[in-house]
Design a protein around this ligand. Structure first.
Ligand SMILES: [Zn+2]
Ligand SMILES: [Zn+2]
Length: 238
């Protein structure tokens, strides 16, 4: 919990900086990709439709990145930090590796920029992201009825953090739960709340600084083990 408070302050203090850097990067790298026809079309839509579209575009990118973080072993070492929380509360969402935070912001800002959403719509999106990050991790015991199939609720994201077999690599969406139902990655038929949270095997260290170092040490160990296995194989064959 104290470690999560460190994550909260560090991640929020650097968030402004991260947004500036990613905005600059995205403008430099993808300026060629912006078409004024697309921008004009988006700007002509009602505000509510623009907000739906920006959240949908962002969540499609977030879903893909999040899935890669779970399914690519090197990326998982970074994302495991976010999953290491064994108790879920509003602060648990702040526990995140700094490189994951930067990479995800870059990836999400790219389509938002290319599609040409206005500053007003982007501001609303930024507020939605901040609120939903806290809401998804909070212990809010409210019944959402059929809405739980449309938007991400605390129950939906708590199941993403569960160490239960049925929940591993499931419920990736951050805003729209229907994406997981659409792509076949939703946790189904489970009771309302999971029993246990955290990384299976519990190998992520405690404390913010050790958690920032952990993926690098873990990937180094993984590479060394691969080289050792290859050397052993060569020795046996030779
Ligand atoms: Zn995850
Ligand atoms: Zn989470």
């Amino acid at each position: 919990m104290a470690g999560d408070l460190n994550h909260f302050f560090v991640n929020h203090l650097i968030v402004g900086f991260v947004l500036l850097v990613t905005n600059l990067f995205v403008h430099k790298a993808f300026g060629w990709a912006v078409f004024s026809e697309v921008q004009d079309f988006i700007a002509g839509l009602p505000l509510a439709v623009q907000i739906f579209l920006i959240v949908l575009a962002a969540d499609l990118v977030q879903y893909s990145a999040h899935r890669a973080y779970h399914e690519v072993p090197v990326l998982w070492r970074f994302h495991a930090v976010h999953h290491s929380a064994k108790h879920m509360d509003w602060l648990a969402g702040s526990r995140q590796h700094i490189l994951e935070l930067i990479a995800t912001r870059c990836l999400v800002l790219t389509p938002i920029f290319v599609l040409g959403f206005s500053k007003e719509v982007i501001d609303i999106y930024v507020i939605i992201v901040g609120l939903q990050a806290v809401f998804n991790h909070a212990n809010v015991n409210v019944k959402f009825g059929w809405l739980k199939y449309i938007i991400v609720t605390p129950q939906f994201h708590h199941w993403h953090h569960s160490s239960d077999d049925a929940a591993i690599d499931r419920n990736y969406a951050a805003h729209f739960a229907f994406l997981d139902y659409l792509f076949g990655t939703a946790v189904r038929g489970q009771k309302e709340w999971p029993d246990a949270y955290g990384v299976v095997g519990d190998y992520v260290p405690v404390g913010m600084f050790r958690q920032q170092l952990f993926p690098f040490q873990s990937v180094t160990r993984m590479v060394k083990a691969k080289f050792r296995a290859r050397a052993e194989r060569d020795r046996q064959q030779g």
